[in-house]
Design a protein around this ligand. Structure first.
Ligand code: PHE
Length: 462
């Protein structure tokens, strides 16, 4: 345990943090948006297939790598590849990725906080109007919310409240789940909601295109916090007697369960609230659209329960979503902080200051890329459109790089570490059947083949 970053007070604390890491905006917003854009049932089918056939073995690979080396991604890559420079570069990519994700994720977290505050201020009805979102994300208030989010992150990471947050999220995350189920049941009582249900559960296989495949794969990686060193670090905190296969299954089931229920709430809501929308035509800015769906779901409650009660329910929802986002954000930031500390011989506080300073600069630039500053708003031109800095970061670090990082993990395990070593690590806590045998086999064959193909096609067609 010597090499481990010392930030976690207890092992159980880290286990909870890993679940907190996985469940976040990706489940609540990313999954429903991706499912709506990518053909509903067809996406759902592919998503579940990818979680089981590709992500579960990779979760196991990351956990095993972490536990065997007792290190975070950079250290683990270095140790397993015995100093081979090319692999150290790959380890570096697993640091840049969480950093960049932290940049755009903090912007999303800021929006959630803003919506929570505005609901408290009695503005639920305004949030539900389609034009509100655009004005909100370009308003100067964003900077105040960003400052608040950073302050909360610093407080969590430095203030010794880590245990408290983790205990709180043990209570709050099940609450979020129950609330999602309740909201889904409510949404299903709205007219035309059943059309959304049909869209969600009917796999129209002719809708499967490359972008659907890529969408499902990257969403699965992102949602499971895979391909960015988090689970390697998580693994380094597990004890030898812990059963890795069971932990991996639990993590995947929890995360996927929350995403599926979020979809069950959101897709029928889209059809009920905007009966004329064709979900497949949702544009890249549909994240914004989802931000206006949520308030609409709560406004639809107002005739039944009254505006005040609906606003209270909305406030609880945005608060829970915000807590889920903060626990994810903290986990992403942890990876570069721990690595800086280990590599640069910096103190933890210094490393944290550097990383946070970088994230603040990046988040500010992103927050200004929605029309306020022209070069940031037209940062790059591809796929026939001018893309903002925010969109570019999402396209590169959410849509493209994650499967590539997964491919690197496969290659590292198969070529450098060797599968029998991984097998021994995986089974150290007891043998567990099919998943273990499947992982052993698939990691060397179709998983790398599928990941390489999806990565190549995405790069070529973007
Ligand atoms: N998995 C988190 C979510 O679904 C986001 C996340 C991404 C967390 C990457 C850590 C690393 O929202």
């Amino acid at each position: 345990m010597q090499n481990n970053p010392d930030q976690f007070s207890s092992k159980i604390g880290f286990v909870l943090a890993a679940a907190g890491s996985a469940v976040g905006i990706g489940n609540l917003v990313g999954f429903p948006v991706a499912a709506a854009k990518n053909g509903g049932g067809a996406f759902l089918l592919l998503y579940i297939f990818f979680v089981v056939a590709i992500c579960l073995p990779l979760i196991l690979a990351e956990l095993s790598l972490g536990r065997a080396t007792g290190k975070g991604p950079l250290g683990a890559f270095h140790q397993v590849a015995k100093g081979n420079k090319a692999w150290v570069l790959a380890g570096a990519l697993s640091l840049i990725t969480p950093f960049m994700i932290a940049v755009f994720y903090s912007v999303l977290t800021v929006w959630l906080l803003g919506y929570f505050v505005l609901v408290l201020l009695g503005q639920l009805d305004q949030l539900a109007t389609p034009v509100f979102f655009g004005g909100f994300i370009t308003s100067p208030w964003i900077f105040a919310y960003l400052a608040a989010v950073i302050a909360i992150v610093v407080f969590v990471l430095k203030g010794g409240v880590r245990d408290g947050i983790e205990k709180a999220s043990r209570l709050l995350m099940p609450m979020l789940f129950v609330m999602l189920i309740g909201l889904a049941v409510f949404v299903l009582t709205l007219p035309n909601a059943s059309a959304g249900l049909k869209f969600y559960f009917t796999p129209q296989l002719d809708r499967i295109t490359w972008s659907v495949v890529n969408g499902a794969l990257s969403q699965a990686f992102f949602s499971l916090s895979l391909g960015m060193g988090i689970l390697i670090t998580y693994g380094s905190y597990l004890r030898k007697q812990d059963n890795l296969v069971q932990s991996a299954k639990l993590l995947a089931a929890t995360d996927t369960g929350v995403a599926l229920v979020a979809g069950l709430m959101t897709l029928p809501a889209i059809f009920a609230i905007y009966p004329n929308t064709n979900p497949s035509e949702l544009s890249d800015s549909s994240v914004g659209l989802i931000f206006s769906f949520f308030p609409n779901i709560f406004m639809a409650m107002a005739p039944k329960f009254g505006y005040l009660v609906s606003s209270c329910i909305a406030a609880v929802f945005f608060l829970l979503a915000f807590v889920a986002a903060i626990t994810s954000l903290v986990s992403i930031i942890e990876v570069p902080v721990a690595a800086l500390k280990a590599q640069g011989k910096k103190t933890r506080n210094k490393a944290l200051s550097w990383v946070l300073a970088g994230i603040v600069v990046g988040a500010l630039l992103c927050a200004l890329s929605f029309g306020q500053v022209q070069w940031l708003s037209e940062f790059a031109f591809y796929s026939g459109a001018n893309k903002s800095l925010f969109d570019v970061l999402v396209d590169v670090f959410y849509d493209t790089i994650l499967p590539f990082n997964g491919l690197l993990i496969c290659l590292l395990v198969v070529w450098q570490w060797k599968r029998h070593n991984m097998g021994a690590e995986m089974a150290a806590g007891g043998h567990t059947g099919w998943l273990e045998r499947y992982t052993h086999f698939a990691l060397a064959f179709w998983i790398p083949a599928i990941l390489a193909t999806v990565f190549a096609v995405t790069v070529i067609t973007k």
